[in-house]
Design a protein around this ligand. Structure first.
Ligand SMILES: Nc1ncnc2c1ncn2[C@@H]1O[C@H](COP(=O)(O)OP(=O)(O)OP(=O)(O)O)[C@@H](O)[C@H]1O
Length: 279
């Protein structure tokens, strides 16, 4: 059964949005006329939007709207047939995951990409891989420079563990943690890359209300304290409207809305898409 749009699109003003608005900078990521098809299926049609430095930018839309595809275009997993990506002023017809990571894009996954048998500490440490200079052999032999490097990396990881308040589970295998905490560890792994842009794929999926509130606070804190630009996909409209500076709305692979939460909430096409949606 469908619910009235007002029930799905809450009217709460974004908390702290005015403060953050002062800190939002120039465009850091610009998607221009992106089209992506899988065989006969058009996942994205002529989508353009930009992301500004230090912004929290949400991508929303009903099931199958193209949100995950858009995130996969940004981090180079999918190559669009048309359009271009401008990242920090450099133009790309195609991105690839390694280049995206080297240019400071990190990502969390809807279906967690953690090593369940490894500890919280070691999982977050995997996020440092790209930044490690010394090879596996030097580290295994604990050669001087490799040891110093590992100590420095561990310090970054310990700071992230403190920041996310997961000290009590540092040595616990991730598979033994409740789902909400595993999501927090996945965020920690992405933060360990010290990203400039963080892509969050449904960070609150499967969480209870309390876990959602915690995760919202961590996202806002990452944005504030680390200055990280955040692009997030989220189904929970309440969360999106509360924490986002601007929202892009997709429906059937097309952009039907783009603006501040209040503007998007009042957009008749967006209301129609959500009234017609089954979730
Ligand atoms: N790898 C793929 N191969 C074929 N079709 C795909 C692939 N990935 C996505 N699609 C199709 O592209 C369209 C957009 O899917 P996408 O997963 O991007 O939407 P979404 O908004 O993220 O959906 P959801 O909210 O359900 O996760 C859908 O029709 C989907 O079936």
């Amino acid at each position: 059964m469908t619910q009235p749009a007002t029930a799905q699109i809450p009217a709460a003003a974004p908390e702290g949005a005015a403060d953050r608005a002062d800190r939002i900078g120039e465009t850091i990521l610009d998607l221009q006329n992106i089209s992506l098809s899988f065989g006969g299926v058009k996942a994205l049609t002529d989508i353009s939007f930009d992301v500004r430095e230090h912004e929290i930018r949400a991508i929303i839309g009903p099931n199958g709207a193209g949100k995950s595809s858009m995130l996969n275009v940004i981090n180079g997993v999918y190559t669009p047939q048309e359009g271009r990506i401008l990242l920090q002023g450099r133009q790309f017809a195609r991105m690839n995951p390694r280049r995206a990571a080297e240019m400071g894009i990190a990502r969390t996954f809807q279906n967690l990409a953690l090593f369940k048998g490894m500890s919280v500490l070691d999982n977050i440490m995997t996020g440092r891989n790209l930044r490690m200079k010394s090879g596996v052999l030097a580290q295994a032999l604990r050669l001087g420079s490799a040891e110093r490097e590992e100590i420095a990396h561990r310090e970054v990881v310990e700071n992230i563990i403190d920041f996310l308040e997961i000290q009590a589970w540092r040595k616990t295998p991730v598979g033994r943690l409740p789902y909400g905490l595993q999501k927090r560890v996945d965020l920690g792994r992405a933060l360990a890359m010290e990203p400039r842009i963080l892509l969050l794929d449904e960070p609150m999926a499967g969480m209870n209300i309390e876990e959602k509130q915690d995760m919202s606070r961590y996202i806002l804190d990452v944005n504030d304290e680390y200055g990280t630009t955040i692009v997030l996909i989220e189904h929970d409209m309440g969360v999106v409207m509360d924490i986002s500076d601007r929202v892009v709305v997709l429906d059937y692979g097309r952009k039907i809305g783009d603006g501040a939460p209040d503007e998007v909430r009042g957009n008749p096409e967006v209301v129609r898409a959500y009234l017609g949606a089954s979730h």
